[in-house]
Design a binder for this molecule. Structure first.
Ligand SMILES: Nc1nc2c(ncn2[C@@H]2O[C@@H]3COP(=O)(O)O[C@H]3[C@H]2O)c(=O)[nH]1
Length: 542
């Protein structure tokens, strides 16, 4: 089958870029709804995609490669060739050769390649020529030259198969591609580094056996004495020797001393660098968590320096822990900042556009405007009971609930819940859509987090920056804003239920300058701030 795979870019990424380009074009034209099928922008790598099938095949090639390097070296060192064993060896040798030949004849020549930086060539006639001219083709051909046939003339030995080792590139390719599709790539990296360590020990075991035979088995106390399982005993020697555990019989002859010293040096330089690599892999895998811990510890140290009350400290810790548990990072925007705009858009659209399109307030607005808004959203977590919005404050941002819920509350001690807003709802928009002329830009109600609330914040400044470019949407929003104010704002209070209940939730006039002055002193401001924090929200231990 004409299967085509890219050497430099995988087809998923290509597909994604293509679709993004199409969508960008569509967005420019704005004639059709470009997001009607938005989830398509970044389709999950399908289980049976060509790319995955290629990786499955590479796994087979990697197994064949590993068979060659592990078994050929062992067969070369240890006396593993016998009348009974040889047919099995021949069978597996042929099997691994067949895999390599199929790879070189069928799969490799069909790999796509990138020409002149950005043209992806997938035409089989061209990819074949490209492969044949590549350096890789030369090494691939040398690696399958059947020197084994010399066995017909000479003794059966795996020395004739050493050229199979130069197919190592196929193993690296397998490793890289596997990493690229794994959600937790570090698992593979740790496994691979462990494999390297075991292979180093394997080679050393082989060398020790050869050295022992060279000296004469059981001739000194240092050499292998020929008893028990040769491979296991030699491997054990290699482990003790390379990891510098010591406790080995003293080498006596010059040869033995040189061998042992070489082993120690290899242990110190090569082996320890591999172990260091392992530490790096694990360190990189937990880097996010380390950053989170360092950030939290720094904050706690800062709070201790300034003798911040324990209660506040606990809340800060709770916030850190919850934010980490909920989103796995402290600041999402930090991560996305480095990406090109088109990628950020794709991600933002994929994650949030569907939620956005359902928001009644934005219905009838320009789609591109929504996308612009998505890019400016910031994610923030509120602890249970905290006030997100306080009645009478100047509205500087609006919120969209990502997860959790908030409650619009009122009454003398905010004990009356007017409405509970859930994921996908918008709040804080009323004061944003009013003009400041008559003090109308003030919050019309108290809104408090009900449980942990994960919110998107859109700043007024950002919203207005965007609206400048979309006069039509601006009109739509202004109209909706007026309607909302009529329905929920101060004027509505006279007729609403709250009035009957004697509540002043929506009826109260915005605070007068005199009232605001009262908050001007530090103590007043602190009281106000404290009243916005719930002091008995749960404490999460790290
Ligand atoms: N005034 C009022 N606000 C509500 C109601 N339901 C939800 N809210 C939200 O509570 C928010 C308080 O701040 P805003 O006045 O900016 O915007 C308000 C609305 O988004 C309601 O019935 N009346």
């Amino acid at each position: 089958p004409p299967v085509v795979y890219s050497r430099y870019t995988d087809d998923t990424l290509r597909g994604m870029i293509k679709r993004l380009r199409e969508r960008t074009e569509m967005l420019k034209e704005k004639t059709i709804d470009p997001y009607a099928t938005s989830p398509e922008i970044s389709p999950p790598v399908s289980k049976y995609s060509k790319y995955r099938r290629y990786i499955a095949w590479l796994t087979v090639v990697a197994v064949a490669f590993n068979y060659n390097v592990w078994f050929c070296s062992a067969r070369l060192a240890f006396p593993y060739h016998s009348e009974t064993a040889n047919p099995y060896w021949i069978f597996f040798d042929i099997l691994s050769d067949a895999v390599n030949i199929i790879d070189i004849m069928v799969w490799q020549p069909r790999l796509q390649f990138v020409k002149a930086g950005d043209i992806i060539v997938s035409q089989t006639s061209l990819t074949k020529v490209h492969y044949r001219k590549s350096q890789r083709f030369k090494t691939d051909i040398i690696s399958i030259l059947p020197f084994d046939l010399l066995c017909l003339r000479f003794e059966f030995s795996s020395i004739y198969r050493l050229n199979r080792f130069i197919r190592i590139e196929s193993f690296f390719e397998f490793s890289d591609r596997l990493e690229s599709i794994m959600a937790k790539a570090y698992i593979w990296r740790v496994a691979r580094t462990t494999g390297y360590l075991l292979f180093m020990l394997h080679l050393n075991a082989c060398a020790f056996y050869v050295a022992s035979v060279h000296q004469g088995l059981a001739t000194t106390t240092w050499v292998y004495d020929g008893k028990g399982s040769a491979y296991l005993r030699c491997y054990y020697f290699a482990v003790r020797s390379l990891i510098n555990i010591g406790g080995l019989p003293e080498p006596i002859t010059t040869f033995e001393i040189s061998f042992q010293m070489t082993n120690f040096f290899i242990g110190v330089f090569v082996f320890s660098s591999l172990i260091g690599q392992m530490r790096d892999v694990i360190g990189a895998a937990t880097a996010g968590e380390t950053y989170f811990r360092a950030s939290m510890d720094g904050c706690v140290a800062y709070m201790n320096t300034y003798s911040i009350p324990k209660l506040v400290q606990n809340r800060v810790r709770t916030w850190y822990n919850y934010t980490w548990a909920a989103q796995g990072m402290l600041d999402e925007s930090e991560l996305l900042d480095k990406m090109p705009l088109v990628m950020r858009t794709a991600i933002a659209v994929d994650i949030n556009l569907a939620t956005f399109q359902k928001i009644a307030l934005f219905q009838g607005c320009d789609q591109q405007m929504l996308v612009d808004m998505l890019l400016r959203l910031k994610s923030i977590v509120y602890l249970p009971g905290d006030f997100v919005v306080k009645k009478g404050d100047i509205g500087k941002e609006m919120y969209i609930i990502k997860s959790g819920a908030v409650q619009v509350v009122g009454g003398p001690d905010n004990s009356i819940v007017f409405v509970t807003l859930k994921a996908g709802c918008v709040f804080g928009e009323i004061s944003l859509l009013q003009s400041a002329k008559d003090g109308g830009n003030r919050r019309t109600a108290n809104v408090k987090a009900h449980g942990f609330a994960n919110l998107f914040v859109l700043e007024k400044k950002d919203l207005f920056d965007i609206l400048v470019h979309y006069p039509e949407s601006q009109k739509v929003l202004a109209r909706k804003g007026r309607k909302l104010i009529k329905a929920k704002g101060p004027a509505a209070a006279k007729t609403t239920e709250e009035k009957q209940k004697g509540l002043t939730l929506f009826g109260q006039k915005p605070p007068t300058p005199k009232m605001l002055k009262a908050f001007g002193n530090f103590g007043g401001l602190m009281d106000k701030l404290k009243s916005q924090i719930s002091w008995n929200s749960p404490h999460l231990d790290p």
